[in-house]
Design a protein around this ligand. Sequence first.
Ligand code: KG4
Ligand code: ZN
Length: 363
Amino acid sequence: MTSEQALLVLGIETTCDETAAAVVERRADGSGRLLSNIVRSQTDEHAPFGGVVPEIAARAHVDVLDGIIAAAMNEAGVAFAGLSGVAAAAGPGLIGGVIVGLTTAKAIALVHGTPLIAVNHLEAHALTPRLTDAVEFPYCLFLASGGHTQIVAVLGVGDYARLGTTVDDAVGEAFDKIAKMLGLPYPGGPQVERAAEAGDPNRFAFPRPMLGRQDANFSLSGLKTAVRNEAGKLTPLDPQDIADLCAGFQAAVLDSVADRLGAGLRLFKERFGPPKALVAAGGVAANQAIRRMLREVAAKAQTTLIVPPPALCTDNGAMIAWAGAERLALGLTDPMDTAPRARWLLDAGATAPAKFANTRAGF
Ligand code: KG4
Ligand code: ZN
């Protein structure tokens, strides 16, 4: 297989709490086109528990995946026999869900004699701006969702260097935990952002974790504890207390993330020269205050900020299909005995920070 021909790829995403499938076309010139993108979020199933329950997630994927794939193929107007490849996220993620998606992709590949591409979910986030904005390598990715917080140098397909990661919570996870602590519904990020708008960010003196460090790692558990302590002193909380706590928390996150990204971009330049862009992905990039901060950070580093549209920033099938197409164009396919993986670092040589093993965030 070479990139001389247009490729049609089905992508399947089941690593967390979205069941998703999409079909993309990758043209010979390397540009991409989205033919369909179907996402079913499991938020309602998990909301009563205040977070994602792995067993419920896996069962829900089994229940709906076939229908989601059929809808994606239908909308794209493509038959299985017309596919150049079938891609599934093979990790990292909740293993039950990963098994459902990867096994389904293998079945389609076997029945139709189609190449299988086992995609790293993080690689798919990393390559999405090439589908949406045709961004050229190398660029700097800031990935911040409920499950991941990473700064990654994206140097080429399959060529990544992780510049920073969290040593405890992911940024979105911290937003969710603060929301839960303050009695706001799940998922907490948008709730905390909304509450913060009516709050005073200076009422509490919250710490700015990791500020000024040379490395580009993140830490959010100390800040979370500080918020918990202040909230504990005020209980019962009135709406203004909640607004002020959210505003103070968000302001501290903004300062810390801006500093950490500054460090990441410095490391990027030292090692790889100036990046073509700073790209933000993951649900946290939906936060307007975070976006304003990202624009400032990019301007300071004399680079352009690119944020794919929200539907392609959060988990979706199009990113898996696109990463599959980029790999397929290079002849990179995978055997039928490819194993699903709960953990899968993007850069093979990376070593994990000390506390990494106990978190969702570092995988
Ligand atoms: O990428 P995503 O949809 O799913 C994964 O985690 O894989 O990200 C969801 C995360 C949640 O933690 C959610 O609270 C956070 O992104 N999030 C936000 C906002 N919208 C979503 N965090 C802060 N502010 C927001 N407006
Ligand atoms: Zn994700």
